[in-house]
Design a protein around this ligand. Structure first.
Ligand code: SAH
Length: 218
């Protein structure tokens, strides 16, 4: 069961969470405002209500997780999202990250490979607040060729390698933020597509994501 009431207590906890993420080094005020604004407890089971604003990941259905808020903020800051940009997200999960991007004014296309998680978001009425947010059931390794190319791509599962089709679907000058690695720990990379089609790579901190898995799950 989920609770859709945003009380003063929730708002207070959200303010504290935002302050703690700022203290951990997130400087983009637009990212911090989005986190301050979005009721994260709506995205998880009411059993977690009291701890929903701790800076940690929580389980959602199908053995998956809603990412830690600091991780969401970190990836979003690296993505340098601007209003009206087309952003592709791989790994919808709870849809929290997708809402952060939509709250910042992006047109978001998000893909989930697990049918149950995809279906759950169809009846999640809070998401109606973001008409620019579009949901797809599919394999993120394939991207969304008919909707691309994208200004930005964000992968929110641990990629074993950089998916070539996602690189193809990036605009010239576009950026992709992706955690890459096969063990328990992944390196956050930011790739930028150059004029000549080549890719430049910047390396950031280590994180731990659930794996990006090939193919859809019914
Ligand atoms: N962005 C999410 C984080 C979810 S965890 C949030 O804010 O809650 C990562 C998600 O990626 C899981 O739901 C998992 O099922 C999904 N995933 C893993 N491999 C995928 C793939 N190949 N294509 C699409 N989604 C994938």
């Amino acid at each position: 069961m989920r609770l859709f009431e945003d009380t003063y207590r929730h708002k207070g906890m959200r303010k504290q969470l935002t302050d703690s993420i700022r203290a951990k080094g997130i400087t983009d005020e637009r990212v911090l405002q989005a986190i301050l604004h979005i009721p994260r407890h709506f995205f998880m089971d009411s059993a977690f209500d009291k701890i929903a604003y701790e800076d940690r990941a929580f389980p959602i259905a199908e053995g998956q997780t809603i990412s830690q808020p600091y991780t969401v903020a970190y990836q979003t800051q690296l993505l340098e999202v601007k209003p009206f940009e087309k952003v592709l997200e791989i790994g919808t999960g709870s849809a929290y990250q997708a809402c952060v991007l939509a709250e910042m004014g992006a047109q978001v296309f998000t893909i989930e490979r697990q049918r149950k998680l995809f279906d759950q978001n169809k009846t999640f009425t809070y998401l109606k607040k973001y008409p620019s947010l579009k949901f797809f059931y599919g394999d993120g390794f394939e991207g969304l060729p008919t909707y691309g190319p994208f200004d930005k791509i964000i992968v929110t599962a641990a990629a074993p390698f950089i998916p070539p089709k996602l690189v193809e679907q990036l605009k010239t000058g576009g950026k992709m933020v992706i955690p890459v690695g096969e063990g328990n720990v992944q390196r956050m990379l930011r790739l930028t597509k150059q004029q000549d089609g080549s890719i430049s790579e910047e390396i950031f901190d280590n994180f731990s994501f659930v794996p990006m898995v090939e193919g859809k799950k019914s």
